[in-house]
Design a binder for this molecule. Sequence first.
Ligand code: IPE
Ligand code: MG
Length: 241
Amino acid sequence: MDGNGRWARERGLARVEGHAEGARAVRDAVETAARIGVEYLTLYAFSVANWARPRGEVEALMRLLVDFAKKERSELRSLGIRVNVIGALEDLPTGTRHAVEDLIRYTADGEKMTLTLALSYGGRQDIVEAARALAVRARAGLVLPEEIDESFFHREMTTRTLPDVDLLIRTGGESRLSDFLLYEAAYAELVFLPIMWPDFKPTTLLESVELFSRKERRFGRTSDQVVRGEAAAFDPLDPAE
Ligand code: IPE
Ligand code: MG
C-alpha cells in the first residue's frame, strides 16, 4: 500500500493526512475483497524498515492502527473476517499491540476471509528466523536435516497458516517487492499500479482481479500441458503443501 505520503504532498497536506486517507482505502478494499470471495487478504501495513521513519510519523501510523482495530472490529466480525498478523507483533508499542491482539480475539470466529496485517514485517527476517529455529531444533536432535523440505520450512514461518500468494498488488508506481512475502510470492502474479494508495478504489481491486483471472498460470509447465490439464509437480496454491 504505497503512496500515502505523495498523495498528501500533491494536495499540500501533511503525510499523516495521507495515511489517514490510506486507512479509509484499506476499509473499502477489505470489504470489497470479502464481498467478492477473496479468502485471504494480506496487507503490508508496516515493514521492519518503516521503523526508520521520523518518530512522529511512526506514532501516527501506530495510532491509526489502534483506531482501525477499535472502529472496524464490529464490521469485520459481522462480515465474517478473521484478523491475523505476520511479523514481529512484539515490537509494536504495548498499547498498539494490545489493540491488535484484541482485534484478533474479537474476530477469531470469522470464516469468510482471513485478513492478515503485516506489522513490523520483513520477508528476509521471516526466512532467517525460520532457518534459525530449525537449526536450533536440529542441534537438539529434534529434526533431521533430510526432513527439511519446502512445506516443513514454511511451517516455521509466521505465514504458516496462509496459502501461497496468488496476486500481489503494489500501488505507488514502484516495481519492487520491498521485502514483502519473498518466500510466499514465488509464483504470484505481480500487478504494479501507478496510482497512490488512497486512490485505490473497490473498482481498482475488481480490475486487478479481472486481470489476474486472464493469466495462464503454468507453474513451470508448458502452455500445452496446462491446456491438457496435466498436474504440476507441486501445487503452490494448496495451503497444505
Ligand atoms: C504508505 O505509503 C506506506 C505505509 C503504509 C507505511 P508511504 O508512506 O510509503 O507513501 P510515499 O511512498 O511516501 O508516497
Ligand atoms: Mg513509500
